[in-house]
Each structure stands twice: as C-alpha cells, then as structure tokens.
Design a protein around this ligand. Structure first.
Ligand code: ZN
Ligand code: ZN
Length: 208
C-alpha cells in the first residue's frame, strides 16, 4: 500500500509549476501580501477580495486539491511530503483564528472548491469574512447601548476607519490598504502562534 502510494507521487513535481500563480507566490517570484508562512504552508490576501480581510491559505507544494494532499505522517521528520497535511491544517486553523482576531469578528466563511468551481488548480482555502447583517454596521452594534446612555458623544470607535467593506464586486485590492491590512492580520496570526506555543510545555516540537 505504502509503496504504491509513494510511487504514484514520484512523477509529481515537488517544485512549483511555472504556470501556477500560487506556486509563483510560494517561490517568491510573484509578490503577495503574506499574512502567514511556515515550511509547508502559506497565507496571503486574495487580490480580488469578496470582502475586506479575504485570505487564501495554500500548501507551498503544488497540490491540485484537498483530496490530493499527502497524509503521510511526519513522525518528527520534515522531509518530502511527510507531515504536509498536519502542517497545512495547523496553518489553516492559526490563520482562521488570526483573521477573526484582526477583524474582531469570528463570523467567517471557510471555503474550498474541488474541481467544481475551482479557478486555480492549486489547493487553497478561502477565509472570507461574513457579510454584514442587513441594516447593521459591523462591530458598531456593541457601542449602540452605551451611546443610548451617554448623550451623543462624537467619539468615533477606534476601529471605525478600518470597517468600510470593499463590497461584493471583487474589486482589486488597493495596494496601500492591503499593506496595512496584511500587517494587522499578520500581527494577529503571530499572536495566535505565540499563544499556542506558550500553551505547550516547551518540548522539541513546541514550534508551530
Ligand atoms: Zn501550484
Ligand atoms: Zn478559489
């Protein structure tokens, strides 16, 4: 079984594919607003965001889709494809938590398409902030109660300027805004990684 699995992977290129945008991002030949990086996993802002904070999580190696991801266990080794699924899922969780933290909103859609509806044939998960509820302004609902008790203070909530959403048209990401947004998400993801590392008892694999 194992022999069969390994030999069937043998003809797959371990290096990136020249015609694949995500491989180009993974190799650094194409720029991207990175929010997370590990040996096998990468996350960056979608250049055509459905909503502000839309992030893509991909394995570094070219893998067509989720079903094609190697589930060979790492057993402490980081060679070849061993541990790829573990590391990818770990990255996905950490980035999901980080996006929720950075946007102060855990309502997210986490989506992957397989063949059907798949535009880029390199495994990727979309992390998309949920649409605002009809008639509500995101994150401002919590301040409504206090504004009722205190008569009209003109203090804008600190996050206000970050709130306007890009909308549903998938407009191309504005570069200046993207730099700032990526910085915020990266900082939140770093915090999550630090929290996770601190939760472990400092063994040799305490590194996330
Ligand atoms: Zn690729
Ligand atoms: Zn996609």
């Amino acid at each position: 079984m194992t022999t069969f699995t390994l030999s069937s992977f043998r003809d797959r290129p371990l290096q990136g594919r020249d015609d694949c945008t995500f491989c180009q991002i993974a190799s650094g030949s194409q720029p991207a607003h990175l929010v997370y990086e590990s040996e096998r996993c990468l996350a960056f802002l979608d250049i055509l965001p459905i909503r502000r904070g839309h992030v893509l999580v991909v394995p570094r190696r070219h893998v067509d889709n989720l079903a094609a991801l190697s589930v060979v266990e790492s057993n402490g080794s980081k060679t070849g494809e061993a541990g790829e699924a573990e590391e990818f899922i770990r990255g996905l969780v950490v980035v999901t938590r980080g996006v929720g933290k950075a946007l102060e909103d855990d309502r997210l859609q986490i989506i992957t398409n397989q063949v059907y509806g798949q535009v880029v044939p390199h495994l990727h998960f979309h992390i998309v902030p949920a649409p605002p509820l009809p008639g509500s302004t995101p994150s401002l609902s919590s301040s409504t109660a206090s504004s009722r008790t205190s008569p009209k203070k003109e203090t804008p909530p600190p996050q206000r300027s970050l709130l306007p959403l890009i909308g549903h048209g998938r407009d191309e990401l504005d570069d200046d805004e993207a730099v700032e947004l990526a910085r915020q998400i990266r900082a939140a993801v770093d915090e999550v990684v630090k929290e996770e590392t601190a939760r472990r008892t400092g063994g040799p694999d305490a590194k996330l």
